[in-house]
Design a protein. Structure first.
Lengths: 267, 325
């Protein structure tokens, strides 16, 4: 515990992440307005006591939209990374453990996927499927597992010839058991670090997509699509672009701090 | 060397097959036929006309034959015609690609020019105030969403202060300028986008240089150099930095897909008529032939970039050249 408190990046990062989660979970309690309540009396109002972060073109409260947007961004980030970790572990473990032709095929698949500029691949799929929150989660997950797979593969490759695995075999353990209980636990550290960093980049991709109008669709608020609305009021309503961007920026910094801190802690 | 290039190029064949296969599969995930966009909204299109369109685009053939035909045409750089304006996809890409490439190349050069010295300073003055300041500066650049900083800078520098034009790559009266005027006009339009690329890319290079310089500066041969009484600058730039420069080639190769990805967002915000913006417009319009063409070209560009990086590396470092592939 003391070590954790001394690890400044981990401590500050974790604090911010927990705070963000609290805000997202308590969104209905914290928000003073409905996030989709249109008010034609107060269009594009600057920050004031009743609308602490101002209002948008439809008179909706930016602060309320942002804390509901936090729900969207955080859940997209976490579920997308969950998908990518699962795929990465599956492919990485198969490649590392079985070797031979399976390894070759998976390695080439990873190399192929890494050739595609990620945003191009994601946008192509978005063009075909409808851009809604579930599709966005799945698409980001399906296009970001390669790093995880490489980590797991390398870890398993370095461990599978060791004596304790031989001992398991002698005891008659199945391949599945060996992989799940004896090899994978050793890879948890690096996988966790890269998953935490992955959440940051998934959130960045999601908000980028929403910003382009190809991610979370209004009226559901997301930090990216509030920024997208800000485009048309540039020079008129600075609060529309300043705050959601700041939220994305702080989120990315805090996940990166946690990732870096974890890396240090695990060493 | 030739041997290495040959071997390395051969290893690209499965990648090429995979890239074309994935691009093809992605586009054929689409529910319904890709020609629906031409026919669905138009009640005048008869069933016969639909069938004819399907034959023109080869959609009545089995999937594998379609893939084979597509690859065959792809090798001749024929991606078909845009649904939007009927122009050849390859022509559309050809006029946009140089813009994106030159912006990216200028950005990469600037990233190197600024990032390497930053990394060197950081490592030489390790843990000093300067080091901390540089670390925070590049980390902010890394974490700041490009579209956000684009909006903010546009708001401040283009709208409030009016220092730079906000949109496009050239002014309306571009043709009236002389050569120098044209150059100034383009650089005024591209200053902010390139700044954003560079700010975002500094972290990778400077952090890497810092890390590897710190390692190298603690090695015995640097101690020898110091013991000989060499000047600090000679030690840093001639003995230490040279050794950390090599892997940068690989780092650059790896940064290509990120830069190309970034072009979609930056070019859309600043309305720069490059490949990224073309791609964005095509996605908005569901213009499948263009999407497919750019997706594949983007991947192949990355692949070629990595190949070039590996060849340069092997050229510079014989240990790689003679290694078994």
């Amino acid at each position: 515990m003391k070590e954790l408190l001394n690890n400044k990046p981990l401590f500050i990062g974790a604090l911010l992440v927990v705070l963000m989660f609290l805000v997202a979970i308590l969104a209905p309690i914290i928000s003073m307005h409905e996030y989709d309540a249109i008010d034609s009396e107060s269009i594009l109002q600057p920050p004031s006591p009743s609308h602490i972060l101002g209002t948008d073109q439809l008179g909706r409260d930016v602060f309320s939209r942002m804390i509901y947007g936090a729900r969207v961004s955080l859940s997209v980030g976490i579920i997308a990374v969950g998908i990518s970790v699962l795929i990465g572990i599956l492919f990485g473990a198969m490649a590392g453990f079985y070797g031979g032709i399976i390894d070759k095929i998976i390695t080439i698949l990873i190399d192929i996927m890494l050739c595609f500029p990620v945003l191009f691949l994601i946008l192509s799929i978005v063009a075909i499927l409808e851009p809604n929150i579930y599709n966005i989660m799945i698409i980001i997950g399906l296009t970001s597992w390669m790093g995880q797979a490489r980590l797991v593969r390398a870890e398993i490759l370095s461990l599978k010839e060791r004596e304790f695995i031989l001992a398991e075999r002698v005891l008659g353990a199945s391949n599945f058991r060996i992989i799940l209980f004896h090899l994978l636990p050793n890879a948890i550290g690096p996988v966790l670090v890269s998953a935490v960093l992955g959440v940051a980049s998934a959130i960045l991709v999601e908000s980028g997509l929403s910003f382009l109008g190809l991610g979370i669709q209004p009226p559901t608020p997301s930090w990216g699509n509030i920024l997208s609305d800000a485009k048309s009021s540039l020079g008129v309503a600075w609060w529309l672009s300043a705050f959601p961007g700041l939220a994305i920026f702080i989120t990315i910094i805090s996940y990166n701090l946690v990732g870096e801190g974890l890396k240090k802690y695990l060493k | 060397m030739l041997n290495y290039i040959l071997k390395r190029s051969l290893s690209l064949i499965p990648l090429l097959i995979g890239i074309t296969l994935i691009s093809f599969v992605v586009i054929h995930l689409a529910p319904g036929k890709t020609t629906d966009i031409l026919t669905n909204l138009n009640p005048k299109v008869s069933l016969e006309a639909r069938a004819k369109l399907n034959t023109i685009y080869g959609l009545d053939k089995p999937l594998f034959t379609q893939y084979k035909d597509w690859v065959k045409r792809f090798i001749r750089l024929d991606f078909g015609q845009s649904f939007l304006d009927g122009r050849r996809v390859s022509d559309k890409i050809k006029e946009r690609l140089p813009i994106t490439l030159s912006i990216n190349i200028i950005s990469i050069l600037l990233i190197l020019l600024i990032g390497i010295p930053l990394g060197v300073i950081s490592s030489v003055k390790q843990d000093s105030l300067t080091d901390k300041f540089i670390t925070i500066f590049v980390f902010i650049g890394f974490a700041i969403p490009s579209f956000w900083i684009a909006l903010i800078m546009m708001d401040i520098f283009c709208i409030k202060l009016g220092w730079f034009p906000a949109l496009g790559m050239v002014s309306l009266d571009f043709e009236d300028f002389n050569f120098i005027g044209k150059a100034i006009d383009i650089s005024r339009h591209l200053a902010l986008p390139i700044f954003i690329y560079v700010f975002g890319g500094l972290a990778g290079i400077s952090r890497y240089i810092r890390q590897s310089m710190i390692q190298i500066l603690n090695k015995p041969y640097i101690l020898t150099a110091r013991a000989k009484g060499l000047e600090q600058n000679v030690i840093i730039y001639k003995h230490a930095l040279r050794n950390s420069l090599l892997p940068i080639i690989t780092l650059l190769g790896l940064s290509i897909p990120g830069l190309i990805s970034g072009s979609v967002i930056i070019e859309s915000v600043f309305a720069i008529p490059g490949m990224g913006r073309l791609f964005f417009e095509s996605v908005m319009a569901r213009d499948y032939p263009v999407i497919m063409g750019i997706l594949t070209i983007g991947a192949i560009l990355t692949m070629i970039g990595n190949l070039l990086a590996d060849i340069c590396y092997a050229y510079a470092d014989p240990r790689i050249r003679y290694q078994k592939l």
